[in-house]
Write a new protein. Structure first.
Length: 188
């Protein structure tokens, strides 16, 4: 099941990233048009058909630094720009919130529910865009077809792989949240 961990980790971190970026855009009074454009561009890139197809192919897990590079490219696929410090803080926050959610799963099967919750949040962001709604629906289908019939032992193995990815993370989120000031530069 180690070869099935990547989509779960990626989609959960993506959901967290979208949430944090939305909150920061709102807090910084970025215009609604630009905010929508940023979120639309990120979701469109994140759910690119070819990328999703490759994501769901059995493969080894990325390292945390390789995963961070993927998210840097995702963020910068929009008109938004983050400096290195802001990107690191964003990624650390994404990891710690996801780790908190994983730790609070009552059983290993709940990791699929956590992932579907993140997809629900992404679906809400995609509502105004029919092409994005179709992409979200495709990912839902892939999640269900790939994970719903897994045995308890397979879920346990998947959960352990996710724990391994998240191990040794001891970032103080409260300090991170207090100092979380992104330097956005909108416009290409």
């Amino acid at each position: 099941m180690a070869d099935k961990a990547l989509p779960i980790i990626f989609l959960n971190l993506s959901g967290e990233m979208i949430y944090v970026i939305q909150q920061r855009l709102e807090a910084q009074n970025i215009s609604e048009d630009k905010s929508r454009k940023v979120i639309q561009d990120i979701i469109s890139t994140m759910l690119n058909d070819q990328f999703i197809k490759e994501l769901f192919e059995p493969q080894h897990m990325y390292s945390r630094s390789a995963m961070q590079s993927v998210f840097e490219k995702l963020v910068h696929s929009s008109i938004m720009r983050l400096n290195n410090n802001s990107m690191s803080k964003l990624y650390d926050l994404m990891l710690m919130v996801f780790k908190y959610q994983v730790i609070n799963c009552e059983n290993s099967e709940q990791i699929l529910l956590v992932t579907l919750n993140h997809m629900d949040a992404i679906k809400n962001c995609a509502k105004p865009y029919p092409e994005l709604k179709a992409k979200v629906k495709n990912v839902y289908s892939l999640l269900i077809s790939n994970y719903k019939d897994m045995s308890h032992d397979d879920y346990e193995c998947l959960y352990k792989c996710i724990e391994l990815f998240l191990q040794d993370l001891n970032i103080r989120v409260s300090v991170l949240l207090k100092s979380l000031v992104f330097s956005y530069r909108l416009g290409r």
